[in-house]
Design a protein around this ligand. Structure first.
Ligand code: GLV
Ligand code: MG
Length: 351
C-alpha cells in the first residue's frame, strides 16, 4: 500500500507560517482560461479590456513562448500582476515544467513578486503525485517566507501517458489541487497518437456503417471523439476529489464550429471550462459553459416540483426522482454562478 498522510496531516500547512490549505475550493466562475503571452507589450497594454471580458487570465510562460523570450515573459507576468486589478477575474500563470531549465526560476521569481495576486499555478506535463508534492512543499515555503496570505492553488495539465495512468493519485496528492486540464497536443505526442492537430476530431478516426444490399454503394463513416476516454477518466478523478475538470486548447482558430463542438462535448461530460487561445474562443466558451436557458428553466421546474428532493413526479411525460433533482441542482447552481457575474444571463435565466 502506498503511504499517505493521515487526514489531519493532509490539511496541515507544509511550512510554519504558510496559510491553511482550503478544505473546499473557493467558488469561482471559470468558463474560459484565457491565455496571454506576457512578453508581448501590445497585448499587455490592452489587458484591462480583456480582464473585464473573461473569467480567468493566464500569463503563459511555457510552450508557445520561445526559449529566448522566457525571461521576458516571466518579468512581463510579474508586471501584469502588479499593474492591474483583477477583481472577480482569476489570475493564473502556466509555468515551465519541473524538469525544464526555467521551471524553478519561474516559481522562485513569480511567487515572491506576485504571490498575493496569483490564484492558481498551472503545472504542465504532470506525471504523478511526486510532481504535485514537490511544488506543494516549495509553495508552502515561499508563502511562509513572503507572507502570502492565501494558498496558491495548483492546476495540473493531463498531457502525458504516465499522467493519465496516475490521474487519481495526482488528484489526491494535495489540498492545494484546483483541478486539471486535458492537454491534447502533448498527450497525443506522449502516447504516440498519429495526429498533428491540437484537440478536435480526426477524419480517419471513424466507425464505418455496415454495407447495404448493394456492396458497391458508398458507406457512411461516423467520426468518433478521440478524447472521450481521457476526458471521462479525468472528470471521474477530479469530481471524486472535489476538483474541477477542464478541456484544454483547440488549435484550429478558423474552425469555430469544431471548437464549439469540442467544448460542448467536454461541458456535457462534466468539464467546467476550456482554454481560450484566441479572442473568438472566448465567446464560444461563454456560450458553451453557461447552461442553456431552456435547460435551466426545466431544471427549475424539477426543483420546484420536488421541494425536498425526494419522491418521483412526472414533468412533460418525463420521470423525475432524487437523481434528476441532483442533476437539476447542478444546472441551477451553475446558472446562479453565471448570473452573479453576467446580468444578461441573469435576466435570461430569470434569476
Ligand atoms: C497543452 O498544453 C497541450 O499540450 O495540448
Ligand atoms: Mg502541452
Amino acid at each position: 500500500m502506498t503511504a499517505t498522510r493521515t487526514p489531519a496531516r493532509h490539511f496541515a500547512p507544509l511550512a510554519i507560517g504558510a496559510p491553511e490549505p482550503y478544505r473546499a475550493l473557493p467558488v469561482r466562475l471559470e468558463r474560459m482560461i484565457h491565455f496571454v503571452p506576457p512578453h508581448n507589450a501590445k497585448i499587455l497594454a490592452k489587458l484591462g479590456d480583456m480582464i473585464a471580458k473573461v473569467d480567468v487570465i493566464l500569463g503563459n510562460l511555457e510552450d508557445a513562448i520561445p526559449a529566448g523570450d522566457k525571461e521576458a515573459a516571466r518579468q512581463g507576468f510579474i508586471k501584469m500582476a502588479r499593474e492591474y486589478d483583477y477583481g472577480q477575474t482569476g489570475l493564473w500563470t502556466r509555468i515551465n515544467c519541473l524538469n525544464s531549465p526555467w521551471g524553478l526560476d519561474d516559481i522562485l521569481e513569480v511567487v515572491p513578486a506576485a504571490g498575493n495576486k496569483l490564484d492558481v499555478i498551472m503545472l504542465p506535463k504532470v506525471e504523478g503525485p511526486w510532481d504535485i508534492h514537490y511544488l506543494d512543499q516549495l509553495l508552502a515555503q515561499l508563502e511562509a517566507k513572503h507572507k502570502i496570505d492565501k494558498p496558491i492553488l495548483i492546476h495540473a495539465i493531463l498531457e502525458t501517458a504516465e499522467g493519465v495512468k496516475n490521474v487519481e493519485a495526482i488528484a489526491a496528492a494535495s489540498p492545494r489541487m484546483h483541478g486539471m486540464s486535458l492537454g491534447p497536443a502533448d498527450l497525443a505526442a506522449s502516447r504516440g497518437m498519429k495526429t498533428t492537430r491540437v484537440g478536435g476530431g480526426h477524419p480517419d478516426y471513424a466507425v464505418l456503417a455496415d454495407p447495404g444490399s448493394d456492396a458497391n454503394a458508398p458507406r457512411a463513416a461516423y467520426q468518433q471523439d478521440l478524447w472521450h476516454y481521457t476526458v471521462g477518466k479525468m472528470v471521474d478523478a477530479c469530481l471524486s476529489y472535489g476538483l474541477k475538470p477542464f478541456y484544454g486548447p483547440f488549435g484550429d482558430f478558423a474552425d469555430l464550429a469544431a471548437c464549439e463542438s469540442q467544448f460542448r462535448n467536454a461541458f456535457l461530460q462534466g468539464c467546467l471550462g476550456a482554454w481560450s487561445l484566441h479572442p473568438t474562443q472566448i465567446d464560444i466558451a461563454k456560450r458553451v459553459f453557461s447552461p442553456d436557458e431552456k435547460e435551466v428553466a426545466f431544471a427549475k421546474r424539477i426543483l420546484d416540483a420536488m421541494p425536498d428532493g425526494t419522491g418521483a413526479v412526472m414533468i412533460d411525460g418525463k420521470m423525475q426522482d432524487d437523481a434528476t433533482w441532483k442533476q437539476a441542482k447542478v444546472i441551477v447552481d451553475l446558472a446562479k454562478l453565471v448570473a452573479s457575474k453576467d446580468p444578461e444571463k441573469a435576466a435570461a435565466y430569470g434569476l
